[in-house]
Structures are given as structure tokens and as C-alpha cells.
Design a protein around this ligand. Sequence first.
Ligand SMILES: C[C@@](CO)(OP(=O)(O)O)[C@H](O)COP(=O)(O)OP(=O)(O)OC[C@H]1O[C@@H](n2ccc(N)nc2=O)[C@H](O)[C@@H]1O
Ligand SMILES: Nc1ncnc2c1ncn2[C@@H]1O[C@H](COP(=O)(O)OP(=O)(O)O)[C@@H](O)[C@H]1O
Length: 298
Amino acid sequence: MSVTVRVPAKVNVQLAVGAARPDGFHDLANVFLAVGLYDEITVTPSAGGPRITCSGPDAGQVPLDRTNLAARAARALAERYGRTADVHLHIAKDIPVAGGMAGGSADGAGALVACDALWGTGASREELLEICAELGSDVPFSLVGGAALGTGRGEKLTALEVGGTFHWVFAMAGRGLSTPAVFREFDRLNEGVRIPEPVASRDLLDALAKGDADALAAAVSNDLQPAALSLFPELADTLAAGRAAGALAGLVSGSGPTTAFLAKDASAAARIARALMASGTCRSARVASSPAPGATVV
Ligand SMILES: C[C@@](CO)(OP(=O)(O)O)[C@H](O)COP(=O)(O)OP(=O)(O)OC[C@H]1O[C@@H](n2ccc(N)nc2=O)[C@H](O)[C@@H]1O
Ligand SMILES: Nc1ncnc2c1ncn2[C@@H]1O[C@H](COP(=O)(O)OP(=O)(O)O)[C@@H](O)[C@H]1O
């Protein structure tokens, strides 16, 4: 018997970052939007687990040891229910690794939902969300999907209304960026600066609720973008190429280095993806639409 769960990637349409907290994290106003690029996690009973395998174009960059977020999720749920995590977890990975699209978080949320279904723990959604928050700031959103405002370090979620489909192009970079390194660079760039409390933009939330791509394009923002560009200056060329190809907006996705481009419709997205591929400023370009559902048993 096995269970397979499909989990989406995310883009941050707003990432407002506050000052570093005493625990090293930053308070955020993090507007998450789930996008239709998915990892699939399949769990099968297997003695001596958790054992991890991974397939897909970026599989070589995924750690297969106990640090893998899917393995950590299985152990966390097993511990809570007084059992051993005797499972094989296979990750069919389509979300770029270390790309600012929460692929590891998706695998953590997916493994949790898959093990929960396999073991029939009867855990409540609140309990699962609590375990998600222990695994990482982005993991609760991977579970719920759709669109949500994340406050605190991004783990406290309020669901948001989305009134239509948004069409995106994602440009994958030739290497990854470390999330802690990008936050450290944010601190360095803002040394001596008084950083305001992060708040969600009213215009942005309205644009999401209306499904208005032009209004969303005018309102997107990412406070980590200067830090990501400082560590990875070539991303400026990718952003310029996507905008020149007709994107309504281009921004770094979360801590990067994936860049996200909002398109007017599906055919504009396909055109922008082709132009980005031809520009030589990225490793690959993919189209995807949002919102997408959260972790779902398939
Ligand atoms: C930046 C964001 C935006 O959604 O995602 P990515 O773009 O990396 O996917 C998130 O805040 C990343 O969330 P996640 O990848 O789950 O991070 P965590 O494991 O919780 O934390 C990793 C490290 O990032 C930094 N961190 C993370 C979240 C936060 N609110 N403040 C921080 O300073 C801390 O240095 C922390 O030790
Ligand atoms: N299941 C997983 N998939 C990908 N990366 C993982 C996983 N588990 C742990 N990691 C670690 O998390 C780091 C961040 O990866 P990822 O979640 O893909 O990017 P991001 O945090 O930028 O969205 C990776 O470099 C890797 O070391």
C-alpha cells in the first residue's frame, strides 16, 4: 500500500521584511501565492526508515539524509504518535531546488500529509499545521496552498481571496541561493537603517481579490530582492530580459534566485518563456498559473 501527495511551489507576490528578531528570524508580511509546479511525494511502508529517494532534473542537489525535510516531517509525525517512521519516501521533484519556490517545504508538507494518510493518525489540521511550523517558516503554506498572508516569521497564515487566474513565467538560474545567506545580506545592506514594521499592501490584496493582473503587477514587491541581486548580480539581466519580452512585472521569487514574471494571459506567458530561453540569461523558463491547491492526496 502506498499514498501519493501532490504539493505546489509558491511565489511571494509581496515579501515585506522587518528587522532581525532576537531569535535571528525576521518578522514578515509574506503574501504567498501557490503556483502550478508540483512535487509528488509517495510513501510506502519500509522497515528501518525513513529512507528517501528522489527523481527529476534537480534530483542530484537534494540531500537524501536525515536533513531532508520529507524525512524530518515523517519523523516528527511518528514521534508525536509514538511510532517509528518505517517508510520509504520517494520525491518526484519538479520544483527547482534552492530556487526560492519552497520546494523543500513542499516535500515536508507532502510527506506529512502522506504519512498521516498511510498511518491513519487522525491528526487534526491544526496539529498538522503546528508540525509544519516546527519544520520551517514556509511549510504551513505548502500544506494549505491557494493564497495566504503569512505573518510572524511567515508561519501564521490568513487565507486570501483570489478572484481569477494569474499567468506566470519562472526563469530558473544556473545555481541556487541560500535563504539564510540572503537574509544575512538583507541585514548587512540595512545596517543602521530603521526598518518599518512589515505590513501587507492593501492595493496588492485588492488586486488578488479582483484577479486583476495589471493591478497586481503594479503592487508586487520583494524586500529581499536587493539582497538577492547583491549576491547574484546576473539576475538583473534576467529581469531585464523578461520585462523587455513584455512581462507586466518581474521580480525575484522569495530569497531567489528564481525570477518570476507576471504575464497578461497564457499566450503572453508562452511568448515570454520563449524569449527568456533565447536570451541566454537563465538555465530554463517554465510557465505556470496560480492559484494552485495545497497538499492533496492523488
Ligand atoms: C524567504 C522565504 C519567503 O517565503 O522563502 P524562500 O524564498 O527561501 O523559499 C521564507 O521566508 C523562508 O522560509 P524557510 O525556507 O521555510 O526558512 P526557515 O527554514 O524557517 O529558515 C531558514 C533561515 O532563514 C532565515 N529566516 C527565515 C524566515 C524568516 N522569517 N526570517 C529569517 O531570517 C533564518 O536565517 C533561518 O534560519
Ligand atoms: N526535500 C528537499 N528538497 C529540496 N531541498 C531540500 C529538501 N530537504 C532539504 N533541502 C535543503 O533545503 C535547501 C533549500 O531548498 P529549497 O527548499 O528547494 O529552496 P528554497 O528554500 O530557496 O525555496 C536545499 O539546498 C537543500 O539543502
